[in-house]
Design a protein around this ligand. Sequence first.
Ligand SMILES: [Zn+2]
Length: 326
Amino acid sequence: MQSRLRTTVTLLALCVANIHIKTTLAAPADELVLAAKGAAGSDHAGTFLRICVAPDNLNGTPRPPPARAVPDRASWYAHPYKVFDNLYFLGTQIHSAWAITTSAGIIIVDTLFDYAVEPEIVDGLSALGLAPKDIKYVLISHAHGDHDQGAAMLQSRYGAKVVMGAADWETTLQRPASAPGGVPKRDIAVGPEGLKITLGDTTVDVIATPGHTPGTLSYLFPVKDGNRTLTVAYSGGTAFNFPRVAENFAIYRDSASKMAAAARAAGASIVMSNHTEFDRAWDRVRIAQLPRAAGEKHPYEIGIDSVQRYFEMMRDCAEAQRLSMN
Ligand SMILES: [Zn+2]
């Protein structure tokens, strides 16, 4: 009896030791991927897949896309929609552009590829009963063509002021005049400290979040849903398609932490992205058109906890990649 007890105790001790060894030997990068998976939950699974499971730069630096032909309109065109009382979707099926309406004009957030700016942003505003001439600011989350090619036209035609991260202005101003959409003139360059853009009764908190590009900007802004005012945390850059260098992941990681803290302090209960795949914009803006039952939340309102988990996932995915390079 005693020997059987001793054997059991020994086996138990071995089991505990084995568990301990497994825990301590697991690579920290893998632990972080699991933490990110937990943070992503079912609500951010698509973004988790893109940056934690199969990051774009896994084999170095992704090649730039080949010379672009304008794709078939049916593959991208989206109708414009009023989504909140002061926020309108002007994006394509793939990329988002938004109009924030204020008491003193319109703020446009991101501007799509050049072929989409006229049908989506200009015609979209008109279809929604808004006037493109009222555009006062154009906020560019980062200087990649899918978000910034409409900026020069909105600046030259309507006199809108273009806001971009200082580092992204540097690359933008080096483009040839023949670049798709042309080259905007430098208006407002956001440095490392960020700034606030106030137009009439509305303030957008512009937060410098380098990582996806050196000048990536993220935002906090209010949206009105009936008699409630909610806060949006707009994530300005997501994919890991920058050069695969440890320092780049550290910068991205720190920006995700910074954005999590800013979103928490502001009580943000909505997360938005400039690619519809990351915030399901193309689904949500259409669901937002449906009547809601009493007490039913807006389809974009995911709650403070879910917003926090989104940025924690970004942070952990970046740190996992950084550690996996050592
Ligand atoms: Zn980009």
